[in-house]
Write a protein that binds this ligand. Structure first.
Ligand code: HEC
Length: 467
């Protein structure tokens, strides 16, 4: 019996070449000091694998069609065996992947591991980052509930403002002029075919590069990278001091990935995936989109920006960030690697983390969405000694919903500009034009307000000393 098994084993290995596949792992040498700082990348990879597995499981039950998507998710959530837990894993796995990818990127940047000869690792890494973000974004829409759908609408609306190509881009993204069945189908195809295929290819290449060039040795102050001599130095160093990747280094990756898995399992078990908000109602402007946490800060950034520059920033911002990220290894690919000698690198990272966290904090307060629970303005205190007409204007401001988006004094939503001192910016006629015609994110009131009502609102808005 033992002999038969051994024979089968030998045959498999001889014809299948498995040990040839695994051998590089045991003979591949890594620098001896590669410590816990090196686990971020492998943990990101681990999350990716988890996403593939849970994604396929969800794919067995999910139906990408407008009529039934929401029901199929309800089924997954409430009836399917472990459905709710697997949805939770997929959701927190996505969060984990985005977070760990960010940490991996920061680590590589601070250690300047993108310098010679690993420029291509950085470049493929940036591509992987973009694809991961797209995956997270397209995944949100598949939830096909109010939150997912409206987040996608807001994003498409923003994309539509990119000069020249914006409209076509938004059209391509939504599969039509408006969001609908085509959109869901398109996002589904992107989320399960196109981008995973790209992700697999680039992950494969990224890993090949890691093996080909070896992982970067921990930087040391004063040890400069010289492209002319680096490769030889690195090889000599490995021969002298290198340790085999398997098992000397891989155990840290395994331990950390196991830890990540435990955290994700706990989050999925105890918190679960976001509750499915109600079925999307595409005619309902009362929707209140809550994008997933990793997008909140971008929504906040756009909501806070002066509207005149929004379109440019939307277009130029990602372009500039992209160009900057891609050019990092070309700007400096040799010399000092230690973060202690690259104070600007540390400053940059701290600055980015601080900006993102403060935007994130703002984002949680959702400036982009109307506040339907805004406290109505009081007709007694908002304008002192108000005339009847102004009182009528105040009341209308509350009842037709201007207050949901506009702040006066310190009451009201922040979706639109604050109107406390609007009389200094706009003439009465300009106000009328705006209210009648609406704007990018403001409904047109021409059809729903009578001439007298319009007059009353404008007189109120023109009043001084609003509070
Ligand atoms: C759904 C949110 C929303 C509602 C409801 C809304 N607005 Fe607006 N409003 C906006 C936004 C957004 C802008 C900025 C539009 C732009 O210029 O891009 C705006 C702009 C304005 C402006 C021009 C302000 C300026 O400084 O340029 C006025 C005046 C105004 N709204 C009045 C009103 C009045 C009056 C009502 C109620 C009848 C109202 N809005 C209801 C979102 C809203």
């Amino acid at each position: 019996m033992k002999k038969i098994l051994k024979n089968i084993g030998c045959w498999l290995d001889d014809r299948g070449g498995f040990s040839d596949l695994l051998k590089p792992l045991t003979t591949h040498l890594v620098p001896p000091e590669s410590t816990w700082n090196y686990v971020w990348g492998s943990a990101t990879l681990f999350c990716f694998i988890l996403q593939v597995i849970t994604g396929i499981a969800l794919g067995f039950l999910y139906q990408p069609s407008v009529d039934v998507a929401y029901q199929s998710l309800q089924y997954i959530e409430n009836q399917a065996f472990m459905g709710s837990f697997i949805r939770g894993l997929h959701n927190w796995g996505a969060s984990g992947m985005v977070f760990l990818m960010g940490m991996h990127m920061i680590r590589v940047y601070l250690n300047a591991a993108y310098k010679y000869p690993r420029e291509m690792s950085w470049i493929t890494g940036v591509v992987l980052m973009v694809i991961t973000i797209v995956m997270a974004f397209t995944g949100q829409l598949l939830r096909w509930d109010n939150n997912g759908v409206w987040s996608a609408i807001v994003a498409a609306e923003q994309m539509g403002r990119i000069p020249l190509i914006g409209d076509s881009l938004a059209y391509f993204l939504l599969g039509g002029d408006t969001i609908g069945g085509e959109t869901l189908n398109r996002f589904f195809a992107m989320h399960v075919f196109l981008f995973p295929a790209l992700l697999f290819s680039f992950v494969g290449y990224h890993l090949y590069l890691v093996f080909r060039n070896g992982i970067s040795e921990p930087p040391k102050v004063g040890r400069l990278v010289n492209p002319k001599t680096y490769k030889k130095w690195y090889e000599d160093m490995l021969i002298k001091k290198g340790v085999p990747f398997f098992p000397d280094a891989i155990w840290r990756d395994a331990v950390f990935s196991a830890f990540v898995l435990i955290v994700i399992v706990c989050l999925a078990w105890f918190i679960g995936a976001p509750e499915l908000s109600s079925k999307p109602d595409l005619t309902n402007v009362n929707s209140n989109p809550k994008p997933d946490w990793y997008f909140t800060w971008i929504f906040a950034l756009f909501a806070l920006m002066p509207r005149e520059i929004e379109s440019y920033v939307m277009f130029l911002g990602p372009l500039l960030v992209g160009i900057l990220l891609f050019s990092i290894p070309f700007l400096s690919n040799k010399g000092e690697r230690s973060p202690l000698r690259r104070p600007w690198a540390i400053t940059g990272v701290v600055f980015i983390i601080l900006s993102i966290s403060s935007l994130w904090y703002v984002g949680i307060q959702e400036p982009w969405s109307p506040r339907f629970d805004a406290k109505p303005l009081s007709e007694y205190t908002t304008v002192p000694d108000a005339s009847t007409e102004i009182k009528k204007g105040i009341e209308l401001f509350n009842t037709v919903g201007c207050i949901y988006c506009h702040r006066i004094g310190n009451q009201g939503g922040i979706r639109g500009p604050e109107l406390t001192n609007v009389q200094n910016r706009l003439t009465k006629d300009q106000m009328v034009i705006r209210i009648v015609n609406g704007a990018e994110n403001m409904p047109a009131y021409g059809g729903s307000l009578s001439k007298e009502e319009l007059e009353a609102i404008v007189i109120f808005l023109s009043a001084k000393e609003k509070q």
